[in-house]
Design a protein around this ligand. Sequence first.
Ligand code: GLV
Ligand code: MN
Ligand code: MN
Length: 429
Amino acid sequence: MTGKLDQWIDELGTIGGHGSTVNRFAWTLELHAANEWLLKRLLELGLSAEIDAAGNVIGRWQAGAGPAVLVGSHLDTVPDGGRFDGALGVLSALEAIRRLRAEGVQPQRPLWIAAFNDEEGARFDTSMFGSTAFVGDDLSHLADRVDADGLRLPDAMRQLGSDFTQVATAKGIDQVGCFLELHIEQGARMQDQGLDTAVVTTIVGIKGYRVVLRGQTNHAGTTVMGQRRDALIGASRVILALRDAALASGEVTANVGRVEVRPGGTNVVPGEVEFYIDIRTAKPETYATLDHLVRGTVVAAASLEGLTFELIPTYEHAPIPMDERLQQILGAEMAAHGLRWAPLSSGAGHDAQVLAQHVPTAMLFVPSQDGISHAPAEYTPPEQREPGVSVLTGVLRQLICEPADTAERPDGRRAAADDSIVRFSENDL
Ligand code: GLV
Ligand code: MN
Ligand code: MN
């Protein structure tokens, strides 16, 4: 039984989509249309639903009493992303709620669903914007973020009828007891091990940086090779050095996926390069060293090539374990369904790691075909979606049919998060 899920995947995939390629970014008409589509589905199911001040779609099955069980994921994508990252989690949650209502389940507590805005941060490097607002963390430092066209975040929000100064009103965590997120694995471990589902144990820590290197724009043919201040050579040194450091550590991934070379002439020495670093590790002690590694690498490359630099942190999400009790509930449900399952860590970031700072949180994975994601080829066939939806439905049924566990302390911060924003410049040398 797949219920409505397959139809919904096809419908949603056409919003901002061409074939299997999907582009839905924060504060764009495409994501807005996807949010409106979801609002309609939620209202059809009989839930109350709204888009909050941070652009999150929140649906409420307001039954029983006590803190809500929250389930969901995100509808935004990376540039030229696929149909499944985030969307499968939202639509599986929708399908689970549809099944529970069709069964006539009488919840003892509220069941809410969220499609968090801007999990990917593709447009403004504002990763997990919506879930961060939902938990009540301050986002005012993002007011000067601009997109690739130079449009400021508050202006992009205004164009879609939202007000940056009101984002704090999206805080909803105080009424939530726990959070569950279904997601595609985004790796090939499940396929390799023949798993149907997996219980996530921990989520990787992530740091993002924007780097600008500046040298001297000059003539490609007349400038002596030994006397160039070529910003692209400096960026290349940083990219290779981070790759080598990550390889040597064995527990770090480093990625540069966006580079802008200025002025961009074939016969011009590049005077300025702007690029973006994403660096990750699951180990808290290594996570604490990433700023030092990145800064040291940029300083060394700039110095070797005679460049000046700006190094600006753009996002950071600490590594965090998932809740033990919810992991056990998920594993027991998978076993009860006779599924092949295993505990697995997540190398991808998720809204769950933001929620997990505040309430007991857990995730389950379904397989990603050939381990591909963040690409149009990301795919999970229908027969691999259903086990995840069945488990999610069963766990939600269990959670809403009993009073909240005493471990759920919606107002408590579960782990100390280091949310300081540090700016580095040449003065730090
Ligand atoms: C989100 O998909 C991330 O891991 O960056
Ligand atoms: Mn993603
Ligand atoms: Mn995702």
